[in-house]
Ligand binder design. Structure first.
Ligand code: SF4
Length: 321
């Protein structure tokens, strides 16, 4: 139990926060605003973070869910989560100036879906059916794709050709849950094939592994991220699976002082779409609650960067963050 005089510790794990796909997507919207002027339309939230979206909105980004909402001759950015081919086609038919901020690691899954569809396989896509990424990926082969999000959903699958199956996954899933679902798929359908390499992206894996490492040393884990951020929610679930109290917070204001009662060590991380400024604000608020021993733990090295689309490279030759 914490006492009045006890030094309370905040361990901020690294890697945390922005991944390479999010850096690229946010850079694309900012550069498009610089290059073409406001407004710049963005299909869906560019990344699932309230703060990031609000900052870009203030600078002139307009977020839409359908192509119909975009006026003719406008600049339109596709979000990091990707879009189905129908949306691409609609934008093309409208002759919009499209800039694609789909994360290259999501594009990789789209290409795998196309390959499996060409092989006339039914694709079992592991992920959350309403998530924008799954809407995009399943759109590559809608007649051949079945989405599952649990072992129960695998058990309920009814497929015509069990020997012609392939599975793919959303990039931001729980490593544990996905392993279990894939194991059940292989058990039910021994001839199912999967992608050449794991679809769960490096950023999701690294942030989960970092939480796993710190969990044993803390009483509470705080994850900075928005409610609709898949990878942030998976970090909370992982901590809870490891029997640690864990909370998802969109900002420092979300911290309920009651959570800190009896807590002397907190682990802090941030989902792949949460900016560092929010981590700093959370750290400041926790210092006010007595967590003055604050340290960064470098647990896994991360140095991935993605190149910008060609149309923006000339105006941003140097890395922006
Ligand atoms: S979380 Fe992974 S897949 Fe999503 S944008 Fe970041 S790197 Fe890309």
């Amino acid at each position: 139990m914490a006492t009045q005089t006890e030094t309370k510790t905040l361990l901020r794990v690294r890697p945390r926060g922005f991944c390479a796909g999010v850096v690229r997507a946010v850079d694309i919207v900012e550069l498009a605003l610089e290059a073409y002027g406001a407004p710049v339309y963005v299909h869906h939230e560019i990344v699932h973070n309230t703060y990031v979206v609000e900052q870009l909105r203030r600078r002139g980004a307009i977020f839409v869910e359908t192509i119909e909402e975009v006026p003719s001759n406008s600049v339109l950015v596709f979000s990091a989560h990707g879009v189905p081919p129908t949306v691409r086609q609609e934008a093309k038919d409208r002759s919009l100036r499209v800039i694609d901020a789909t994360c290259p690691l999501v594009t990789k899954v789209h290409l795998e879906a196309l390959k499996f569809a060409r092989e006339k396989r039914t694709i079992i896509l592991i992920g959350h059916k309403d998530h924008q990424e799954i809407v995009g990926t399943s759109g590559e082969a809608p007649d051949r794709t079945l989405v599952v999000d649990s072992i129960a959903a695998v058990d309920a699958l009814d497929v015509e050709e069990p020997d012609k199956l392939a599975f793919l996954t959303q990039t931001t899933l729980s490593l544990y849950d996905t392993q279990e679902i894939v194991a059940r798929l292989r058990q039910r359908f021994p001839k199912i094939i999967g992608p050449a390499s794991d679809d769960i992206c490096y950023a999701t894996q690294n942030r989960q592994e970092a939480v796993e490492q710190v969990a044993k040393d803390v009483d509470l884990i705080l994850v900075v991220g928005s409610q609709n951020s898949s990878n942030s929610n998976r970090l909370v679930e992982l901590a809870q699976r490891l029997n640690r109290k864990a909370k998802l917070i969109d900002s420092a204001n979300d911290i309920d002082p009651k959570w800190l009662e009896g807590v002397s060590r907190i682990g802090l991380t941030a989902g792949a779409s949460a900016p560092e400024v929010l981590v700093e604000q959370v750290s400041e608020r926790l210092a006010n609650f007595g967590f003055t021993d604050q340290r960064d733990l470098d647990l896994i090295r991360e140095d991935v960067r993605f190149t910008l689309p060609p149309e923006l490279q000339s105006i941003a030759p140097a890395p922006r963050r």
